[in-house]
Design a protein around this ligand. Structure first.
Ligand code: ADP
Ligand code: MG
Length: 341
């Protein structure tokens, strides 16, 4: 037996197996890069549910000509320098894998311009050694990543893609999740040449409620109770369903920790317990954002990054439970008072 080092493209394709499951996961990685780069507007364009084309245009910081090649290399990141940084990660990315992975399973170009460059440059990787070519291009300050023919060279994965409609639904659902928490960003989504979503940047509560109505329905937005609670280094904000609102089973159940959507048993338990005596039958709707010291939470549990680990899990659990319970009780008392007058 001889031991060989995998050629870069193959190594990247294997890594892609973990992070690049379908068009929606490509879009997630690319849009998170745009947000990490400080973009205030992100335009997403897809064709055929993303399997033909995924194009993300942002007005973020851009990438300098010197860094363009590195951006496409594996384990190249501008967001992490040491293992210590991992303890307090605030950016979405940090593994430096996404662009290299996506580039190994599609025809990818990265076009970018920084504010102090007069010209824009475009980079793409070629061949099994994924040598990066950089050519002049035209582009405003910011970046555009185009991924064409996803999985064209990994037929086994391409076969796993579902219908365009299903892939679109995954993308749309992911966009909702990010749009609810990053209401400061203007997002658009174009599918097969038509703008299908337009979430304008919001800066006031009224505007946020409009976005909430766009995403989670007018009914939920109209009756939702605002949560705004701070205790020591924990902050919980967002909207929850009123105890008097009889809604059908909800798909509006979003909980974010430091800006990331999480699916966490501890969090779910705290939320469900708070609602238990108020909402009968179907599960309640909520959009909640928890902020805490990034040292108090591990996000590096899984590449898809849906799980988190709180260092003081009992404390966080009880805080969420109490914040929601007292908001629900207060609304309940107000209703009783107004019945008695
Ligand atoms: P990570 O996000 O984990 O660092 P990526 O492969 O997603 O890894 O990106 C590699 C690097 O390329 C990033 O660290 C960043 O410096 C740069 N980059 C990627 N996308 C953008 C973008 N839209 N705007 C500015 N820089 C970007
Ligand atoms: Mg990234």
């Amino acid at each position: 037996m001889t031991i060989q080092i995998l050629p870069p493209q193959l190594a990247n394709q294997i890594a892609a197996g973990e992070v690049v499951e379908r068009p929606a996961s490509v879009i997630k990685e690319l849009v998170e890069n745009s947000l990490d780069a400080g973009a205030t507007r992100v335009d997403i364009e897809i064709e055929k549910g993303g399997s033909k084309l995924i194009k993300i245009h942002d007005n973020g910081s851009g990438i300098s000509k010197e860094d363009l090649g590195l951006a496409l290399s594996r384990h190249a990141t501008s967001k992490l320098n040491s293992l210590d940084d991992l303890d307090a990660i605030l950016s979405f990315g940090f593994r430096g894998e996404a662009l290299a992975s996506i580039s190994s399973v599609s025809r990818l170009t990265l076009t970018s311009r920084t504010a102090d460059q007069v010209e824009a440059w475009q980079a793409y990787a070629e061949g099994s050694d994924m040598a990066v070519k950089v050519i002049p291009a035209a582009h405003p300050v910011g970046s555009t990543v185009e991924a064409v023919d996803l999985f064209f060279n990994t037929p086994a994965r391409r076969r796993f893609l579902k219908s365009d409609k299903t892939e679109f639904t995954h993308i749309d659902e992911w966009l909702k999740r990010i749009a609810l928490v990053r209401s400061d960003i203007h997002f658009t989504l174009k599918h097969n040449g038509k703008v299908v979503r337009n979430y304008r940047a919001t800066s006031t509560q009224d505007q946020y409620l409009q976005r909430l109505a766009q995403i989670s329905g007018k009914k939920f937005a109209e009756q939702a109770i605002e949560i705004n609670c701070q205790h020591d280094d924990l902050k919980l904000t967002g909207y929850i369903q009123s105890p008097f609102f009889e809604a059908p089973a909800s798909d509006t159940q979003y909980f974010y920790v430091n800006g990331r959507l999480v699916r966490d048993r501890l969090v779910n338990h705290a939320v469900r317990q708070a609602f238990a005596e108020h909402v009968t039958g179907e599960q309640a709707s909520y959009v909640l954002m928890l902020e805490l010291d990034p040292h108090q939470v591990d996000v590096n549990v899984h590449p898809a990054k849906h799980e988190v680990r709180f260092h003081q899990s009992r404390y966080v659990h009880d805080y969420i439970f109490q914040a929601l319970q007292s908001a629900l009780q207060q609304v309940g008392r107000l209703a009783i008072d107004s019945d008695n007058t």
